[in-house]
Design a binder for this molecule. Structure first.
Ligand SMILES: NC(=O)c1ccc[n+]([C@@H]2O[C@H](COP(=O)([O-])OP(=O)(O)OC[C@H]3O[C@@H](n4cnc5c(N)ncnc54)[C@H](O)[C@@H]3O)[C@@H](O)[C@H]2O)c1
Length: 340
């Protein structure tokens, strides 16, 4: 198998905790270039991964030898950098949220199509063991008809995650475009779409009520309805001061599935007939453990390129998950239920 040459743009938390170590651990990959506007950060990663350091992303995209670009940048740069990379003939793995608008997302999809290269959005929730198992159970019919769900992704905020702490782009609307909804809510929108299918309607309350000196949202509750009538709630928050909640509960005709809702058992099946199954599966990544667990995102993308397969989260999939969040923002603004 040929070796894929990779450039990682942005050397912040997600690059250091997942993209770089996971590319480095993949024997079919060589990390050729790393880039960050913070030159010291780029140099440090270049030394660690035996790559060349850059401070200007255009210089990395211009490198002929590079096959794959990872976009690990603040949200407002996802679309311009991904599009430039596609236009230069690179496969692109872009962090979430995919873009800051539907127009940007469409342009990313178009650019990848025109270059005949792959585009994947890094929605790692789809690779979590409990989530995959839940999908299998739902599809098997064991839960019967699904009626309802609640899903939550909250933690105390990105201050201890982003390498720039409280000064991070995460809190600046110009660079982030959205707060907890873009950081966490979009992950759960993607997960629920993966498990239950597309959403038809959304309404929401989205606030900034926990953090000071920021103009992005930090606390949101949305009500969602799928095309086939499953209703549920999605919460995204940077206001859960005692640590992370990444749980999902799915209520069906024959029982209930609890995902990441118990410290020991990452998936619990509980049925009306008294049967219960407790699964200890691979652990979900948390901020507390520094996101060090393998996300499977990088290995999946590398395999898709090498075997010319469609990634699990294509540009279209990333856009549909973004759409849910854009609809929720629209609902908050207009005080109406939004059709998706
Ligand atoms: N998939 C996940 O679970 C997950 C988790 C956290 C973050 N993310 C996403 O990853 C992306 C990056 O977030 P992070 O947590 O690494 O943030 P971070 O603040 O730790 O890192 C961002 C890095 O980008 C660099 N940067 C900014 N502008 C640049 C430019 N023009 N050129 C080159 N480098 C530039 C910064 O100097 C910084 O090092 C975001 O889109 C975020 O939503 C995804």
């Amino acid at each position: 198998m040929s070796t894929l040459k990779v450039g990682v743009i942005g050397c912040g938390a997600i690059a250091q905790r997942r993209h770089l170590p996971e590319y480095a651990a993949n024997k079919n990959v060589e990390i050729v270039a790393v880039c960050d506007i913070n030159a010291e950060r780029a140099e440090e990663m270049a030394t660690k991964y035996d790559a060349k350091a850059y401070t200007e992303y255009k210089d990395v995209i211009a490198l002929d030898e590079i096959d794959v670009i990872s976009v690990c940048l603040p949200n407002y740069l996802h679309a311009p950098v991904s599009i430039a990379a596609s236009q230069a003939g690179k496969h692109v793995l872009c962090e979430k949220p995919m873009a800051t608008s539907k127009e940007e997302a469409l342009a990313m999809i178009e650019a990848a199509k025109a270059s005949n290269k792959k585009l994947m959005v890094a929605h790692n929730q789809r690779f979590v063991s409990s989530h995959r198992k839940a999908k299998e159970i739902i599809e098997s019919g064991k839960l019967g008809k699904v009626y309802s769900f609640r899903t939550t992704f909250g933690h105390p905020g990105p201050e201890d995650w982003s390498l720039d702490g409280r000064e991070s782009w995460f809190f600046n609307k110009e660079e982030a475009f959205i707060g907890a909804m873009g950081d966490l809510g979009v992950h759960k929108a993607d997960l629920m779409r993966y498990l239950l299918g597309d959403f038809a309607e959304v309404s929401s309350f989205i606030e900034t009520n926990a953090k000071e000196n920021t103009d992005v949202d930090d606390n949101a509750v949305c009500i969602l309805r799928t095309a086939n009538g499953i209703i549920g709630t999605l919460a995204a928050s940077w206001a859960y001061v005692k640590g992370g909640d990444n749980s999902t509960v799915i209520y069906g005709e024959k029982g209930v599935l609890r995902l990441e809702d118990h410290p020991e058992y990452s998936l619990i099946e509980e049925y009306k007939n008294g049967e219960a199954v407790y699964h200890k599966l691979g652990k979900i990544q948390t901020n507390e453990e520094g996101g060090q667990t393998n996300s499977h995102v990088i290995n999946h993308f590398v395999t898709c390129i090498l075997e010319d397969k469609q990634p699990l989260i294509t540009g279209e999939e990333g856009m549909k998950s973004l759409d849910v969040i854009l609809g929720a923002l629209e609902s908050q603004k207009t005080k109406r239920i939004i059709s998706l």
